[in-house]
Design a protein around this ligand. Structure first.
Ligand code: URA
Length: 262
């Protein structure tokens, strides 16, 4: 890693904001290779120098990677004037430059990667890379073999061109009476399903990331998404021990799995 300013190192290692850490340096709380330092702008090498705050060695990671089970009601943004953001849920982050890799709608749940690794994010989201994203969905309407075939051909959703082919797997169909007994977090009953008497459960895999894509694909075939949860992105699957709103750091192996998509 290349050399960097001491105050940036401290801020990126989670010791506080740039102005917080300047105060800590002035107060003599910071040592560099065992000696107290008084200046914020000295250059250090994160690979070879040892920086301590109040006697505790700081670990610097250039990148942080988290897997969040995004809950409903939270927006996929770094800041928002009205709603809580996914970044606010990552309370143990050291880095202040985290962002979500792509967007899930406010009412969509499931796997969202949160990182500050712009290169990885661009590669995962680049249209040419065709990274697969798989979702579980509850649909108001009867998904049939014909729907599966139509999705496999690509669907005209009113954009310049039809969507790329999508893989649709039917998991089950229920009548409205039955679905009222099944609870998916807070999606529990037929109130959401309007006049439809049949409810379908599906898994759908898409390779693009168009605005409201899955909802618009089902609308185009006369059906409606009433619950949507992302299960996987590329080779990375949501850890099913994470409840909505919970997150954890990605393991090194999982980061490698993601990079392995290219
Ligand atoms: N498709 C949608 O319609 N919404 C999402 O959040 C993700 C994919």
């Amino acid at each position: 890693m290349s050399v960097m300013r001491l105050d940036k190192f401290l801020a990126d290692a989670g010791a506080g904001t740039r102005s917080d850490v300047k105060i800590k340096i002035k107060k003599g709380q910071v040592t560099l290779n065992g000696k107290t330092v008084g200046k914020s702008d000295i250059k250090i090498n994160p690979d070879s120098d040892e920086v301590c705050l109040d006697g505790k060695k700081l670990i610097y990671n250039e990148f942080e990677y988290f897997m969040l089970n995004k809950p409903q009601g939270v927006v996929s943004a770094t800041t928002d004037a009205k709603d809580k953001t996914v970044i606010e849920l990552i309370t143990e982050a050291k880095r202040r430059d985290l962002f979500p890799v792509g967007r899930l709608d406010k009412d969509t749940e499931g796997l969202l990667i949160i990182t500050n690794d712009g290169k990885l994010a661009n590669r995962l989201l680049a249209p040419g890379k065709h990274v697969e994203k798989t979702y579980f969905a509850i649909i108001a309407g009867e998904v049939t073999e014909d729907t599966v075939l139509r999705f496999a051909e690509g669907i005209d959703i009113g954009d310049d061109k039809p969507t790329a082919p999508a893989k649709l797997k039917l998991k089950g169909t229920y009548d409205k009476e039955e679905i009222t007994k099944i609870t998916y977090n807070n999606v529990s009953d037929g109130n959401n399903s309007g006049n439809d008497t049949i409810i379908s459960e599906v898994e759908i895999t898409i390779t693009e990331g168009r605005y409201h894509q899955i909802k618009r694909m089902f609308e185009a075939v006369g059906m409606r998404v009433i619950y949507l949860k992302r299960l996987s992105m590329g080779n990375l699957s949501l850890d099913d021990s994470l409840k909505p709103g919970e997150y954890r750091m990605l393991t090194d192996e999982e980061v490698k799995l993601l990079v392995g998509n290219f």
